[in-house]
Design a protein around this ligand. Structure first.
Ligand SMILES: Cc1cc2nc3c(=O)[nH]c(=O)nc-3n(C[C@H](O)[C@H](O)[C@H](O)COP(=O)(O)OP(=O)(O)OC[C@H]3O[C@@H](n4cnc5c(N)ncnc54)[C@H](O)[C@@H]3O)c2cc1C
Length: 284
């Protein structure tokens, strides 16, 4: 279907975009890469009167080193994030997840911030974001605030970004030297995961010193596998130890049932994928 008619604005600064949001209120919608929004408009599940395109705001694009964090501009395309050496060195889990995200065309148009703002619990970036403790920088008329990953994802397709606010950048604390692995289970290649597990692990002398694990499609938001993280700390990086800890992957989760698999199947997948991801990240 063709979307309902809308007016199109392309501001060149965040301030102008915020002013347009304030002027048009509920009638307006932000568009980034359009890879999730345009299908919604074409199905007429939403019909905003005004689209505010962030594509001409240069300050929202780019990746920089900021001491203890890597900062990724919201409008940075997935393809740029996926091939960036700073991200690969300090937040390898992000690079690995982007490799698995959709196909080359969608990675070219779709943006890092757009995918996280969309907050699809099946999205590939939510797991790495919660695992790495991402910080979301959100700008509104009153200024800028920073929200941690645990508070950013509120519910299905719902984040802490207010209707009159814009996600400007995401700060990823550096995890330099940590092993990383993204395990994604799909029925059709280039599609959203039935379950995905993002694991990053710091190994010290054959012992797992720290592990951080985020999962997609195991609830209405991306979830941390905290029980596994706790069980792994101080354990040897061996198949037996990791297998035992991974059995706890679904603790505290609430996976959906749908045509791709029921909740029990997803629980099983979370345990298997966690074992594989942690073993690979630990180099075991
Ligand atoms: C066929 C197909 C397959 C896909 N497969 C996968 C997959 O395997 N894994 C995966 O993770 N994703 C997948 N995607 C989604 C892809 O990652 C999109 O790029 C992403 O979900 C949305 O990013 P976008 O920049 O296109 O945002 P848009 O579609 O432009 O926007 C998405 C939503 O976020 C809001 N928004 C965007 N940017 C901001 C901002 N800076 N501040 C506030 N609100 C904002 C918009 O208003 C809109 O509600 C797929 C998409 C398609 C079409």
């Amino acid at each position: 279907m063709i979307p309902a008619a809308f007016d199109y604005l392309a501001p060149t600064s965040v301030e102008d975009a915020l002013a347009a949001l304030a002027e048009h209120g509920d009638d307006a919608k932000i568009i980034a890469g359009g890879q999730s929004l345009l299908p919604v408009l074409r199905m007429r599940l939403n019909a905003p009167e005004v689209l505010i395109d962030l594509g001409k705001i240069d300050s929202l694009r780019g990746i920089r080193d900021d001491g203890d964090a890597i900062v990724i501009g919201a409008m940075t395309p997935h393809s740029v994030v996926g091939s960036d050496p700073l991200v690969a060195e300090h937040a390898a889990l992000i690079s690995k997840a982007v490799e698995h995200l959709a196909d080359a065309q969608i990675r070219h148009r779709g943006t890092f911030g757009g995918a996280l703002a969309h907050a699809d619990p099946a999205g590939d970036l939510g797991g790495p974001a919660v695992a790495l403790g991402a910080q979301f920088v959100i700008q509104g008329a009153g200024g800028t605030r920073t929200v941690g990953a645990d508070d950013f994802f509120v519910d299905l397709f719902e984040t802490a970004i207010g209707d009159d606010e814009i996600l400007t950048e995401v700060r990823i604390p550096k995890h330099t030297g940590w092993g990383a692995r993204h395990e994604k289970f799909v029925r059709i290649v280039h599609q959203w995961p039935i379950v995905a597990v993002a694991a990053t692990v710091r190994v010290d002398g054959g012992t797992i010193a720290e592990a951080r694990i985020g999962m997609a499609n195991m609830g209405s938001t991306p979830v941390r596998a905290r029980a596994v993280e706790e069980a792994l700390a101080g354990q040897p990086a061996t198949e037996d130890a990791v297998r035992a800890a991974a059995e706890r992957a679904d603790e505290g989760t609430n996976p959906p049932s749908d045509l791709n698999g029921d909740a029990d199947y997803r629980r099983h997948l979370s345990r298997v994928l966690t074992r594989r991801a942690v073993l690979a990240a630990a180099g075991a």
